[in-house]
Design a protein around this ligand. Structure first.
Ligand code: ADP
Length: 229
């Protein structure tokens, strides 16, 4: 099993679009490459919902083994998510060490095969999951996601600082669900750039078509990112 490049999509803030961006990037890369998508958001996985994998998870052919985990194939992508294994009406309350060991187990026992890219959809926060991903997976680069809201930007800055400490390169950031106009908590693209002080890949407006993968924005925004990585 060889994985050529591992890119993680991260922000300490939840709800800023990490899973959506991870899915879009995987789809764009998947047009010309073999791509895996690992949903590392153990407490709130989304990729099984984004890719509508319910039927595959519930099918008899879907085997659950703790040491031979098969990613599910959808739209040319290989997808692995904690969402395949937890009951939809159960929430998890694991402590850090338990979370780390489950993340480690899922990552290490997934039969990815040879991949050109593995995209990791990171959980919010900057705790144990970050350390586990850094130690076990060691991504080649991070793409940060923020909205243009100061609460989101400050949390995203925390992610940047954590990855800097872990010595994982930040490739840049994306502004997602951009809202025009003035407001107490709103920040301009320039202010975000000054605060985060890393390369800005661009601005994505609130766009329901993007969430449904129908938008032209996907190719426009993600093409330069795919070229860089
Ligand atoms: P996170 O992974 O950071 O928690 P999600 O990707 O789950 O965030 O996105 C949160 C919600 O916002 C989802 O309902 C998603 O469909 C929606 N969303 C994300 N990006 C956009 C966008 N650019 N325009 C419209 N809705 C979006």
């Amino acid at each position: 099993m060889a994985i050529k490049k591992i890119i993680a999509i991260a922000s300490a803030k939840g709800g800023v679009g990490k899973s959506t961006i991870a899915a879009c990037l995987a789809k764009v890369l998947g047009k010309d490459n073999t791509v895996g998508l690992f949903d590392a958001d153990i407490y709130g996985p989304s990729q099984h919902l984004i890719f509508n994998l319910k039927d595959q998870i519930n099918s008899k052919a879907f085997k659950t083994s703790t040491t031979n985990l098969q990613p599910l194939k959808k739209e040319n992508l290989l997808i692995m998510s904690m969402g395949f294994y937890i009951n939809k009406d159960k929430s998890l309350t694991w402590r850090g060490p338990m979370l780390s060991s489950v993340l480690k187990q899922i990552y290490n026992h997934t039969k990815w095969g040879d991949l050109d890219y593995l995209i990791i959809d990171m959980p919010p926060g900057t705790g144990d999951a970050y350390l586990t991903i850094a130690n076990e997976v060691n991504p080649d680069g991070i793409i940060l996601v923020t909205t243009n809201n100061i609460m989101s930007a400050e949390d995203t800055l925390k992610s940047k600082i954590t990855f800097n400490k872990l010595e994982i390169p930040i490739l840049g950031f994306l502004i997602n669900m951009y809202e025009n106009g003035k407001g107490k908590y709103k920040m301009s693209a320039k202010e975000l750039q000054n605060l985060l002080d890393v390369n800005c890949f661009g601005t994505i407006y609130f766009d329901n078509n993007l969430a449904e993968f129908k938008s032209q924005t996907i190719t426009k925004i993600f093409k330069p990112i795919t070229e860089l990585i």
